[in-house]
Design a protein around this ligand. Structure first.
Ligand code: FES
Length: 587
């Protein structure tokens, strides 16, 4: 049956909807004729096929419990699309879960971004809804969609619920690490750690603290590429489903108005996002991912200026690991708009959002403030500066970072003897040995876990406290690496040392017994050796040999991955030209 049977197969092409990106057969009319014939095999009418097509990226996977509500969200997005007169078509892409990705999820982020970009580009859609959540998925989707240039809107899956252990509220994954540390220190036994294991992840959804997933959800909202108040609704709530429905209706409006990502993801939007990253005590990974997304639009992020921005951006959101609460508490406190209202004087309020209105208009529309204990006022922050500080020095000429809001204040200025591990494997073999020569005031150094070194820059930068010290009650030490750490972790951990050891960065020459000085106040990280000794050791480094076994994606990764300060994107995926460097000037 057709409701357009009076129209012949030869028609004017609008170039929109199903007519976008026709398959090449050398005859456009035939291409469209064939495409329609195939999709009609699924029972569509011509009426449906003339509507704006809204693609929905479905990242549901049984290997990804953080996306365990994806099917419900797809349904709700479809409802929203159809309410607005569009035609929803869902399709799969790669899905990545932190704990189900070997060697590390970061190794696959760029692959997911390429999958997302090319599937958006290849298939006919006027706008696309990106359903993501677990750490690397949201950045991968935004990177890919920014490059594809089709109107897009992010919908995060939402956070998981918190659980309870012996009356104490617990959630992934700050409490996972805290309890594991207690188990390693032999404060709790195997039975108790097993019971804790049942409680840490109380439902589907993303980690319940201000880890990387929550950070990227807040960043997406701050960028204006997700709906206002969409970041915080937990995965299993009615609010999350309503957000999904509204995301669908918004996508249709974006398709009609051709609201492309370059109009939303502007330098001002990225400045807003960095401001929010600093004020939420967000994951250090958030900086790498934001840099990678911005890089797709020709917007380099200047780390030195990020640090300057951090000096007048206090941490206001009291969530673990910097504070006390969980994502569901932030939602009850009004969600991200409660923070944005507080930060208003520091934001670019004229930045455009997916609604077609500005961020300022959306903040004004989010209702009056009410008493709550999760988002502090500027006058009473939980930490006086931004969560992330950028360090430099002869150990990290290209920069390194520390999550100062989650570090031990007593270690923020520290000089100590390096105890060096050459690789993650070396650390795994030796760190818990009773014969390890280590004291509580030493500095643990882990090399070769950078973008190329591991490869994939695993979250091994949160080195465990050596067991012999943990048993003595040591909870924190200065730890330095070229890797990353989970956004859910806390401690005096210096990360992203650039350039990494594997490409001959100064980290490669550190030996056990060398002195290292960390001063977060001075933003410095120094290897206490003379310039001549440093130069001699660097010159003596053996050349790194190419991996003879590398092929396929691994070869592509090893030959094109950039360093942390460039977002660890593949060099050929970045935008060809620079638009503007951010942060620029204050609003
Ligand atoms: Fe998926 Fe933490 S493991 S968000």
């Amino acid at each position: 049956m057709t409701d357009e049977k009076d129209k012949g197969p030869r028609q004017e092409h609008s170039g929109a909807g199903l007519e976008k990106g026709l398959t090449s057969y050398g005859d456009r009319d035939f291409s469209l004729f064939l495409r329609k014939a195939f999709i009609k095999g699924a029972g569509y009418t011509d009426d449906a096929l003339t509507r704006p097509v809204i693609g929905i990226v479905d990242t549901g996977s049984s290997f990804n419990p953080c996306h365990g509500n994806a099917a419900q969200l797809v349904d709700a997005v479809k409802r929203g699309v159809m309410l607005a007169g569009g035609l929803p078509i869902d399709f799969p892409t790669i899905s990545i879960h932190e704990s189900f990705a070997h060697p590390t999820s970061m190794y696959l982020r760029n692959l997911m971004s390429m999958d997302t970009e090319e599937m958006i580009r290849a298939q006919p859609m006027d706008a696309v809804v990106l359903i993501g959540g677990c750490d690397k998925t949201v950045p991968a989707q935004l990177m890919g969609a920014a490059s594809a240039g089709v109107p897009c809107i992010e919908l995060v899956t939402g956070s998981m619920l918190t659980g309870s252990h012996q009356g104490e509220r617990v959630g992934a994954c700050t409490d996972c690490r805290r309890y594991w540390g207690r188990y390693r220190a032999e404060e709790i036994d195997a039975d108790e750690i097993q019971r804790v294991n049942d409680q840490l992840v109380a439902s589907v959804g993303t980690c319940s603290v201000m880890g990387t997933a929550s950070t990227m959800a807040c960043i997406a909202e701050a960028l204006g590429i997700a709906l206002p108040r969409s970041a915080s609704a937990p995965a299993v709530t009615a609010d999350r489903i309503r957000v999904a429905e509204k995301t669908g209706t918004t996508a249709v409006a974006m398709a009609k108005s051709k609201l492309t990502p370059d109009r939303i993801l502007t330098p001002k939007a990225f400045e807003n996002a960095i401001r929010v990253l600093l004020a939420i005590g967000g994951s250090t990974n958030g900086l790498i991912h934001t840099t990678a997304i911005a890089g797709r639009l020709g917007i380099p992020i200047d780390l030195a200026r990020v640090d300057e921005m951090g000096r007048d951006t206090p941490v206001l959101v009291d969530l673990k690991p910097s504070g006390q609460h969980y994502m569901e508490d932030l939602h009850r406190a009004g969600g991200l708009p409660t923070l944005l209202r507080e930060l208003k004087s520091l934001l670019h309020l004229d930045a455009l959002t997916v609604t077609g209105r500005t961020l300022g208009e959306e903040i004004d529309d989010c209702g009056a403030p009410f008493p709550q204990g999760v988002v502090r006022p500027l006058s009473n922050p939980i930490y006086p500066q931004g969560g992330i500080a950028v360090l430099r020095g002869n150990l990290a000429p290209g920069g390194a970072i520390i999550k100062q809001s989650a570090a031990d204040p007593k270690l923020m200025r520290h000089e100590g003897r390096a105890v060096v591990f050459e690789s993650a494997e070396d650390m795994g073999r030796r760190v818990d040995g009773d014969d390890l020569d280590v004291k509580a005031d030493d500095i643990l150094v882990l090399k070769n876990i950078g973008p190329k070194g591991a490869p994939g820059m695993p979250e091994a930068g949160y080195l465990p406290i050596p067991k012999k010290l943990a048993r003595q009650g040591v909870k924190d030490m200065v730890r330095i690496s070229d890797g990353r750490m989970s956004g859910t972790a806390a401690g005096t951990v210096v990360l992203h040392v650039t350039p990494e050891a594997a490409i001959g960065g100064p980290l490669a020459i550190v030996r056990t017994g060398d002195g290292i000085r960390l001063s977060v106040a001075k933003r410095s990280i120094e290897l206490l050796l003379g310039d001549e000794e440093i130069a001699a050791r660097l010159a003596a480094l053996p050349p790194r040999e190419a991996d003879p076994e590398a092929r396929g994606y691994r070869k592509l990764f090893l030959t094109t991955i950039t360093q942390a300060d460039e977002g660890c994107d593949f060099d050929f995926l970045k935008a060809a030209r620079t638009v503007a460097t951010v942060p620029g000037n204050k609003p």
